[in-house]
Design a protein around this ligand. Structure first.
Ligand SMILES: NC(=O)c1ccc[n+]([C@@H]2O[C@H](COP(=O)([O-])OP(=O)(O)OC[C@H]3O[C@@H](n4cnc5c(N)ncnc54)[C@H](OP(=O)(O)O)[C@@H]3O)[C@@H](O)[C@H]2O)c1
Length: 296
């Protein structure tokens, strides 16, 4: 498939009160969502309900987070129509074989209490496992897209070599690649590959799990705008065109992280944040080439 011209200039024209990005399959994704990694099952329903109350309409969960059912409960309890909340989930590392992936996907839909998911991702490529075969896993997700139970499909933690293999050996171009990305680890090559190939970058750990909040350059910018460091960093992501879904169990932070559409960072401040990149040294999470975790 040739280069897709769809998504990447769109954020510049977007209505900042309700930003959405159009994916390469023409589906729209809210650019700001709510992440639920590491939120225990018994807290997830309350946190997601708080987020929906604040105005979030995009929830990012995963089979490995073991809280999909609570996400589904919160969405149902909100009284909103299912179509008003964008839900992403991800295939567990333990279920890459096609038969397992099909069963796991049915489990995801059941846990969410929904007959479809807006976006389903291969969570990790695991190139050292399954004989290095993540292509048949991806082709299984293509079935879910084809039968409509996944409105969009994408990948997570895929490096350029992994994406190139998919391009050579499969049909559907991933709609997104969800990768670690924050001011200290800007993951520039992978994000640029996405831009060139119509794959939207979703930035996980957008505030480096809190690791960037004490940065003096960010504090200086935040003080000038009268915003928190977290708000400034999330705003930087939005102006880059990244999709983000900060996680918090704290009601005040859940509100704060959503209040980022009433200001705009100036070019010089964006460049200062660009300059904080530490390259590979800034990575917090595992490297996708070697990560080989399978839940027990
Ligand atoms: N695909 C993947 O492999 C992958 C990996 C990691 C994450 N993700 C996704 O990305 C989402 C976000 O990443 P993440 O959860 O790792 O990290 P994150 O959103 O960068 O940071 C979350 C941490 O920051 C704190 N925090 C949030 N807002 C704050 C604020 N305004 N001020 C101060 N502290 C604040 C939270 O504390 P409290 O909760 O205590 O308030 C929590 O400790 C996840 O929830 C998940 O959906 C995906």
């Amino acid at each position: 498939m040739g280069r897709l011209e769809l998504p990447y200039d769109l954020w510049q024209d977007v209505d900042l009160a309700a930003p959405a990005i159009t994916l390469n399959d023409a589906q729209a994704i809210p650019q700001l969502g709510f992440g639920v990694f590491q939120i225990p099952l018994d807290e997830t329903r309350r946190a997601v309900s708080d987020a929906i109350e604040v105005g979030y309409r995009h929830i990012d969960t995963a089979e490995m987070y073991e809280n999909e059912a609570a996400v589904g409960e919160a969405v149902h309890a909100s009284g909103l129509d299912r179509s008003e909340v964008y839900i992403t989930s991800k295939l567990s590392n333990g279920f890459h074989r096609p038969e397992d992936a099909r069963r796991a996907f049915e489990g995801t839909l059941e846990a969410l209490g929904s007959d479809y998911v807006d976006l389903f991702l291969v969570h990790w490529p695991l190139p050292t496992l399954y004989d290095g075969d993540f292509v048949s896993t991806w082709q299984t997700l293509e079935e879910f897209k084809e039968d409509g139970r996944a409105r969009s499909i994408g990948v997570s933690n895929f490096e350029i070599a992994h994406l190139e293999r998919l391009a050579a050996e499969s049909v559907v171009v991933p709609a997104v690649n969800q990768i670690e990305l924050h001011p200290y680890f800007q993951n520039r090559e992978v994000a640029a590959y996405g831009r060139e190939h119509g794959i939207v970058t979703e930035a996980w750990a957008p505030i480096a799990q809190g690791g960037v909040l004490d940065d003096s350059a960010l504090i200086e910018i935040a003080e000038r705008y009268g915003k928190s460091v977290a708000q400034v960093v999330l705003r930087w992501h939005i102006q880059q065109g990244n999709v983000v879904f900060p996680k918090s169990v704290t009601p005040e932070r859940i509100r704060q992280n959503f209040a980022i559409f009433d200001f705009e960072l100036e070019r010089a401040d964006l460049e200062t944040i660009d300059g904080l990149d530490r390259g590979e040294a800034g990575r917090n999470g595992p490297h996708p080439d070697t990560f080989a975790y399978i839940p027990s």
